[in-house]
Ligand binder design. Structure first.
Ligand SMILES: Nc1nc2c(c(=O)[nH]1)N[C@H]1C(S)=C(S)[C@@H](COP(=O)(O)OP(=O)(O)OC[C@H]3O[C@@H](n4cnc5c(=O)[nH]c(N)nc54)[C@H](O)[C@@H]3O)O[C@H]1N2
Ligand SMILES: Nc1nc2c(c(=O)[nH]1)N[C@H]1C(S)=C(S)[C@@H](COP(=O)(O)OP(=O)(O)OC[C@H]3O[C@@H](n4cnc5c(=O)[nH]c(N)nc54)[C@H](O)[C@@H]3O)O[C@H]1N2
Ligand code: SF4
Ligand SMILES: [Mo]
Length: 688
């Protein structure tokens, strides 16, 4: 027994799934992972984990891992040496760039992998190919938060830490199913409830989070702006706005006031009775400290940025930003979605949101990266979604690091068709995915358990990721692979030896994170950026006293309601919403390899209302066909009143599932596709 214990190694690290960023210990014996142990010193989760965190070790050393570079020859993939694979990547990217220029290349960065990998890929795009066509998965997640909160508050990040909800007097959860999607942030909300803090959940669906609420507000899908405007109409009518705060700290009140007058009674749009709207408006405005927590119910629509600004409006109108217990907090999705954006894997900014359009920023980067003056591009690069739509015509070669677009992007048939049009596609993943089939080269990276680095959580906390075991076969660190491409091209500034070297490279050009050293984040509470100097303690709460905008003010906007791009009609009479379930993570490349998680939900399903099911003769758990203008999907019917009549809900996790149906229409400001709203019809499957 003693012997076994002495061989066990505990590696404190950060959960690889959601943006809460829980701390955990990976337990290994030699090079084998054998479990997860609570990490009680982590202030985020205090030793507790959700089903995904607790099983994360089960998903690492499983069959199907990529162990060698693969090159497509004819329609077959063959194992190749690293030399051969990297040569081919360099040859094709260089040729395309020479022939068609920097806009013919696309770089797409994962939000699952460490900051160091994200920084490395955007550096390769910019230094090696002078292109800003580099983006990350935030585009189809919280892109509208970055755009909307920047406009409202001057910074696109969450305003307050998770545990701060305990300092609030009212919690409004709007379009967030935190109990399933961010369970350990959900735990803080449950703790707040135990303290007697009231909770309002605004969601068209009776979600597991809605079950926690004191008040659940069901409204018509995707009518957020109408509902928020209607609330603000009452707040102003009853003089409940924070006049002092509006005067001192904000601008735009008159525009807002004029606009919301048109929403004196918007029940026809949002479906909520006026007494209820009035009641929650009063409750929100009168609370001493009220916090709004929101998520993808708000962002993944063609009105995403305006929905986010509407949340900003509510908070500014009532003086609820800039102190403990208040704020507007997007629950950031992936483990490192905050970080991927911070690292400059974004088409218009370098790391730390330094705009590429500003000549001094480019000059500074050119100097730091050893490039000729005037060589970095100043144009706004192509976004993730635009790169896909431009495949063939404009974009000829693409580098996809840790994303599974065939399953996770809208309209899977469209994605497949566009990938087919590329001259050259590189996919760098840890497992063989549905997207790999469309690649010319597949490169084996390493996952969280096999490398050092950092993930930045949704509260801007830079957490350490520590290596517990070696990656399989000939797999390499993702930043190391990117460095190999750069070095083969003869580029300087890519000879990092460790993850820390990459991090220090990033710090040296990023004023807001200069003070976040590996030494300082050794402690479990880590550091929240901004942290500009080595002595600086970090910044858990933003906007105290002054907003981050140039004039220091928060801005309110008059925003008009717009319906979704595709609404139900006679031919496609149902509204389909999509989202998550607690047991699976995105495209299931990892969670489906945990027997526990797989067994809980092995197959695609769809929620349909009892009345609709009755009308169509659909029985509980019967397989049905759901069809949109773009494709079809087979799913098990879950007949329930959790969704309203004519509204359905399908998890996003399954191949040939929700995204066979979804719409590619984009939010004009953030280029977010409408992943959460499309029109479908339902049919029984005829028995043979
Ligand atoms: N278990 C698990 N947890 C995860 C993830 C995962 O894959 N699995 N992914 C992580 C990531 S990347 C993210 S971004 C977060 C997402 O976290 P959430 O956004 O909380 O999760 P979702 O289930 O996508 O969507 C939340 C709710 O939006 C609703 N909704 C609310 N309002 C509207 C509306 O007006 N229209 C429509 N159509 N829907 C609305 C749905 O009913 C749903 O309950 O979760 C993170 N955590
Ligand atoms: N209809 C619908 N569609 C949606 C959503 C929705 O709510 N509805 N949500 C959207 C949202 S919010 C998001 S964030 C996206 C997620 O979309 P994706 O990011 O495409 O989904 P993941 O399954 O997380 O894919 C990440 C890939 O990275 C790989 N990977 C994990 N770790 C590493 C690593 O360390 N290195 C490398 N090289 N690879 C790694 C995994 O194996 C996996 O193949 O989906 C979006 N799609
Ligand atoms: S809440 Fe998120 S970070 Fe925490 S254990 Fe669950 S998936 Fe991991
Ligand atoms: Mo996400």
């Amino acid at each position: 027994m003693e012997d076994i214990k002495s061989e066990l190694k505990y590696t404190p690290t950060t959960c690889p799934y959601c943006g809460v960023g829980c701390g955990l210990n990976l337990v290994s014996m030699g090079n084998k992972l054998i479990g997860v142990e609570p990490y009680k010193r982590s202030p985020i989760n205090e030793g507790k984990l959700c089903p995904k965190g607790a099983t994360c070790w089960e998903t690492v050393q499983k069959p199907g891992r990529l162990t060698k570079p693969l090159i497509k020859k004819g329609d077959k993939f063959e194992e190749a040496s690293w030399d051969e694979a990297i040569d081919l990547v360099v040859k094709n990217f260089t040729e395309v760039s020479k022939k068609h220029g920097p806009k013919a290349l696309g770089f797409q960065t994962s939000c699952r992998t460490v900051n160091e990998d994200c920084y490395a890929l955007q550096k390769l795009a910019r230094v090696g190919f002078q292109t800003n066509n580099v983006d990350n998965c935030a585009r189809i997640c919280h892109g509208p938060s970055v755009a909307g909160l920047s406009l409202s508050f001057g910074s696109g990040a969450a305003t307050n830490p998770f545990e701060d909800v305990l300092n609030s007097d009212l919690i409004v959860m709007w379009g967030s199913n935190a109990v399933e999607a961010h369970p350990l942030a959900g735990r803080r909300v449950m703790q707040a409830k135990k303290k007697g803090i009231p909770i309002i959940v605004v969601d068209p669906r009776f979600s597991p989070t809605a079950r926690l609420a004191d008040k659940w507000i069901r409204f018509n899908p995707s009518t957020h702006i109408a509902l928020a405007n209607n609330m603000m109409y009452y707040i102003i009518k009853e003089g409940l706005e924070d006049k002092e705060y509006i005067k001192e700290r904000t601008k735009g009140f008159d525009d807002l006031k004029k606009m919301v007058e048109k929403y004196a009674d918007a029940t026809k749009i949002h479906g909520v009775a006026q007494e209820t709207v009035q009641d929650i408006a009063r409750q929100y405005a009168k609370a001493k400290n009220a916090v709004i927590i929101y998520c993808l119910g708000i962002t993944e629509l063609t009105t995403g940025t305006d929905n986010v600004r509407s949340m900003g409006n509510l908070a500014l109108l009532t003086g609820n930003v800039g102190r403990p217990g208040v704020g507007v907090n997007p629950l950031r999705g992936q483990n490192n979605v905050q970080g991927a954006c911070d690292m400059g894997a974004y088409p218009n900014v370098f790391s730390g949101y330094q705009a590429v359009a500003v000549a001094e920023n480019r000059a500074k980067m050119e100097k730091a990266w050893g490039m000729p003056a005037g060589s970095l591009p100043d144009w706004y690069g192509s976004t993730l979604t635009e790169q896909i739509n431009d495949c063939g015509e404009v974009v000829k070669a693409m580098y996809v690091l840790g994303l599974n677009p065939v399953v996770s992007y809208p309209d899977s048939n469209h994605v497949r068709k566009m990938f087919d049009k590329l001259d050259f596609l590189v996919i760098q993943d840890i497992y063989w995915t549905e997207s790999c089939e469309y690649a010319d080269v597949v490169l084996p990276g390493t996952c969280f358990a096999e490398k050092d680095g950092t993930f930045t959580s949704g509260e801007r906390r830079v957490n350490r990721v520590r290596k517990a075991v070696d990656g399989p076969g000939e797999s390499k660190y993702d930043w190391e692979i990117i460095g190999m491409v750069a070095k083969k091209m003869g580029l300087k500034g890519f000879d990092w030896k460790t993850a820390k070297d990459v991090w220090d490279d990033m710090r040296s050009v990023t004023p807001g994170q200069f003070g976040v050293t590996y030494e300082k984040i050794e402690k479990p509470e880590a550091i929240h950026w901004p942290c500009p100097t080595i002595e600086h303690p970090g910044t858990p709460i933003l906007h105290i006293g002054k907003f981050s905008a140039a004039d220091g003010k928060g801005t309110m906007f008059g925003i008009e309601y717009r319906p979704p791009a595709e609404v139900a009609d006679a031919e496609y009479p149902f509204t389909l919403m999509t989202g998550r379930i607690i047991f699976h993570y995105h495209t299931r490349t990892q969670t489906d390899r945990s027997p526990t998680l797989h067994n809980d939900v092995p197959e695609n399903y769809v929620q349909i209302n009892t009345l609709d099911a009755k009308e169509l003769g659909i029985k509980q758990h019967e397989k049905i066909k759901v069809t949109s203008r773009r494709g079809e999907s087979i799913a098990i019917a879950r007949v329930t009143d959790d969704v309203a009549p004519k509204v359905m809900y399908m998890p996003m996790h399954f191949a040939n599932g929700a995204n066979n149906l979804t719409n590619t229409a984009l939010d004009p400001m953030s280029k977010m596709p409408e992943l959460k709203h499309c029109a479908v019809k339902v049919e029984k499957i005829k028995e043979a």
